[in-house]
Ligand binder design. Structure first.
Ligand SMILES: [Zn+2]
Ligand SMILES: [Zn+2]
Length: 323
């Protein structure tokens, strides 16, 4: 047999700290134990922050955190959880906190000093973008406006951050900076309105909006988001759509009419009008409780079409409410 060790070890462990966001508060949970089972819950430990200039901070002593946590690793392992509130540095990257405890005599035994490095990864705040109030359709070569907003995952003030709209080739189509007032009803969606000039050619376009978040005091990840926009030729012809009920031929009010990117709603006479360029279109009509076919129509002059819609069969649960 080897000689009995002259001193017990002091073992410090921490619960795994996931990445934390720059500047965020987080909690380090520390346990101090002796492999031979001495109760080390009263042993002071010290914490040195990543910035060595700051003074060491003794952690607060807290009562044992419930009996259930003990005994999982063996009855001898008495380890009381100590929770230490910390704040992540503003610099991104790995930062190391150092836990230490001096050699001590506890329970009649000498215990060695303990030291534990706790590396924590600090990441930049994520940002997200939203684009809204996109007009549809937009006429070729005309100016139009969209709203763009950005948000930090930590709700930071993003006033003055630059926003750019780019085409798929990376060419900047519009740029601006976020205003200083969050969008109404949100706490931290900073936004601006950007004016763009529609392309000279009609079609569907997919552009990206980008936030470059490099200049903020706190590190932020930039982000980008795509949005689509329908560009159409200038309207040349008036299309009048009359929606009637199939069996009675009476006009149907408040039916929604969609012709490609164009939308309208029927009035009390069952009529809706759209100004559209020449072309071939699918015409869809929608009205709750009715079934309407899709019609294919060609616009090469002003014209009127009548669409008859039929009530849905009764097994449709919505139909019950019409009775
Ligand atoms: Zn011990
Ligand atoms: Zn932030």
């Amino acid at each position: 047999m080897t000689a009995v060790a002259a001193a017990h070890a002091t073992v410090m462990t921490v619960e795994d700290v996931a990445e934390v966001a720059a500047g965020a508060e987080f909690v380090l949970t520390v346990r101090v134990s002796c492999p031979a089972g001495c109760d080390l819950s009263g042993i002071p430990i010290e914490l040195m922050a990543p910035d060595d200039a700051t003074a060491t901070v003794p952690p607060p002593r807290l009562p044992p955190a419930g009996g259930g946590e003990e005994g999982n690793e063996g009855a001898a392992d008495i380890a009381v959880a100590r929770r230490i509130a910390l704040k992540a540095p503003l610099r991104v990257g790995e930062h190391v906190w150092r836990l230490s405890c001096a050699a001590h005599k506890t329970g009649g035994w000498h215990h060695d000093a303990g030291l534990l490095r706790v590396p924590v990864r600090v990441r930049p705040h994520e940002t997200s973008l939203a684009v809204w109030a996109i007009p549809s359709p937009v006429v070729t070569s005309r100016p139009f406006a969209i709203k763009v907003g950005a948000k930090s995952a930590a709700g930071c003030d993003l006033t003055g951050m630059p926003i750019a709209v780019r085409d798929p080739a990376g060419v900047m189509l519009a740029g601006g900076v976020l205003g200083d007032t969050p969008w109404p009803g949100t706490s931290s969606l900073y936004w601006t309105e950007l004016t763009l000039i529609a392309p000279a050619e009609a079609g569907m376009f997919s552009w990206s909006v980008e936030l470059a978040a490099a200049d903020l005091a706190l590190p932020h990840q930039g982000s980008s988001s795509r949005f689509s926009i329908a560009i159409v030729d200038p309207p040349e012809h008036r299309l009048t759509i009359k929606v009637v009920a199939q069996e009675t031929a009476s006009p149907v009010e408040n039916a929604q009419v969609r012709l490609g990117a164009y939308r309208a709603t029927t009035d009390g006479s069952g009529l809706a009008q759209l100004m559209v360029p020449k072309g071939a279109y699918d015409l869809d009509v929608w009205k709750s409780g009715y079934d309407a076919p899709t019609a294919s129509i060609v616009i090469d002059a002003d014209r009127t079409v009548e669409i008859a819609i039929a009530p849905m069969p009764e097994e449709n649960p919505d139909a019950v409410w019409q009775m």
